[in-house]
Ligand binder design. Structure first.
Ligand code: SAM
Length: 227
């Protein structure tokens, strides 16, 4: 039956792959993967043997058509990304929009995502938050940060390990060193670490490290939050 599934995969810990996610991936006709090699290892580990094709940000427009053609033919497709939930700082939105416009069912199989895991782990207010994902690497970056200074909700960013110190310096410039924040690294993995403190303290801590590795999400308290 033609259904487009969006399936969450673990953000590090394979134990977080849900039984329902595995069941759906074993049942579909095709699996669209952000990276067929990365997902190939996961699929093999769970004995999921279905035809895969690549679906990433550089071929997304063209591959949406491919997905639509499969669905028009009455077959099902699941989309997975390298980690976490597709559509969150990963391809997914364009395909979901197109499938819904065709009037075909979209079914999301939820699961781990780094943003809400980092938010809850940060111990910063989680009743209202905004997700900024990756800031633009160059053009528009400072403008975006300046716009966020007045934000009262907790803010979540994704950042690469080689730019984390740069981001902490920028946050200190824009938000001030006293603002509370947390750096969540390698969530759900063996070397998981969640450092919480003022932006000043976090900048000092990470600046003094020889090498920073792994995947990182940064959570910043909203304007006016005090403890
Ligand atoms: N779709 C994913 C999700 O649901 O979270 C996000 C994909 S995005 C391309 C990858 C970024 O998410 C990483 O660069 C990092 O900022 C964040 N991330 C992913 N896994 C993480 C982890 N285990 N710990 C901390 N951050 C993580």
């Amino acid at each position: 039956m033609a259904v487009f599934y969006i399936v969450a995969t673990p953000i590090g810990n394979l134990g977080d792959f849900s039984p329902r996610a595995i069941e759906v991936l074993k049942s579909v006709d095709y699996i669209a993967c952000e990276d067929t090699r990365t997902s190939g290892k996961l699929l093999k580990a769970f004995e999921i043997n279905k035809p895969t094709f690549s679906f990433h940000q550089h071929n997304e427009h063209q591959k949406v058509e491919h997905v639509l053609n499969i669905l028009r033919g009455g077959q099902s497709v699941a989309l997975i990304s390298d980690a976490g939930i597709p559509g969150i700082s990963d391809p997914g939105f364009l395909a979901v929009r197109a499938v819904k416009q065709l009037g075909i069912d979209v079914s999301v199989i939820p699961g781990p995502d780094a943003a809400t895991t980092a938010l809850v782990a940060s111990g910063l207010p989680s009743d209202r938050y905004c997700f900024e994902g990756f800031l633009p690497p160059k053009k528009g970056r400072q403008k975006k940060l300046a716009q966020l200074v007045e934000e009262e909700r907790t803010i979540i960013f994704y950042e690469s390990p080689h730019r984390i110190v740069k981001l902490l310096k920028e946050l200190e410039e824009h938000f001030g060193g006293n603002r509370l924040a947390a750096v969540a690294r390698e969530l759900t993995k063996k070397f998981e670490e969640v450092k919480r403190g003022s932006i000043f303290e976090l900048r000092k801590e990470f600046e003094n490290r020889d090498a920073i590795k792994g995947e990182i999400a940064v959570v910043v308290a909203g304007k006016g939050y005090k403890e």
